[in-house]
Write a protein that binds this ligand. Sequence first.
Ligand code: PMP
Length: 395
Amino acid sequence: MGLLQEKLSKYRLPQKYQAEGVYPYFREIDSHQDTEVLMDGKKVLMFGSNSYMGLTYDQRIINAAIEATKKYGTGCAGSRFLNGTLDIHVQLEKELAEYVGKDDALVYSTGFSVNEGVVSCLTDRNDYIICDDRDHASIVDGRRLSFSTQLKFKHNDMEALEKELKRCNPDAVKLIVVDGVFSMEGDLANLPEIVRLKEKYNASIMVDEAHGLGVFGHQGKGVCDYFGLTDEVDVIMGTFSKSLASIGGFVAADHDTINWLRHNSRTYIFSASLTPASTAAAIEALHIIKEDEQRRKNLWDITNYALDRFRNAGFEIGNTSSPIIPLYVRDVDKTFAVTKLAFDEGIFINPVIPPACAPQDTLVRVALMATHTKEQIDYAVEHLVKCFKQLDILK
Ligand code: PMP
């Protein structure tokens, strides 16, 4: 056995949980995806999807993807920079820029590669990146790839952010990067206060709208729009893998920022462009999420109903104010055990353990879609109470 294999053979945590029968990952879905899916032929209620607007199996979007595949083919075989730019990529960029209220936008192949390629590229040696300590892994990786000084503040703690800003050279570029909606906790960044601090310390702000798009703001434009702070936020990114029922991501900003990224962002330049099917699906989904207010209203009706039901049933749900409802467990083994018990009751929820959260903050994450019904929420609450009580998480 080589040294590499010898070292890696010591990693046996997955096997431990598999042996205990509670391993919760890579569960296979063998049907179309909506609030109910089939897994191994069995019906399961899906509370683990980020398809907030419930559009993943929308016939209009499916047709758009099929038509684009027929017209352009299955892939682009090259980067946007060289041979991989289609007219529909440019159309999507124009529509996204207008939608989120910025001059221009760039479309990348995943949301992860947006953060990785944008956060790493905007600041340089003498600059600073300042992140919330609950920011998404893709922001963390982008920050790690940057040559600038990297600072962190405690989740949504504005005094801690100000302390970091005070440490910076006042003449250097300071980029504050936050999730608009935090992906595991479901709470919102305190953008009004972040904007106040940005102005006081002459900093810049980038907001990740992965979980805000479609959900918050006028026409689902996101959290920046919801707070009326689009102009004050310098850079907005989003993904197509949640409300937009596809895969891919974008960054939107002023002309000069986008011009810089277009010619320097490595995950944009050195990676093949978004497939025609994914691009056309994102365009169609964007039209729907802009126009379908009823769908957004359903999402918020079901979200408010579920927030009340979970809270009243005694679950600890933290500061969420979004369709992401964390049910805190605060113990890794019990988090896996309760995920398995719920699955046996026909409920799919996601376990969240380190590094996706702090060790003392493990939770199961319930995510809602516009297509969920109150009956489905009632079923979930009732059966999750039973599972949580069985493990003494709920008294
Ligand atoms: N940002 C946040 C906040 C996310 O939650 C995610 C995905 N979970 C991403 C970025 C990456 O997006 P994608 O799935 O499109 O790569």
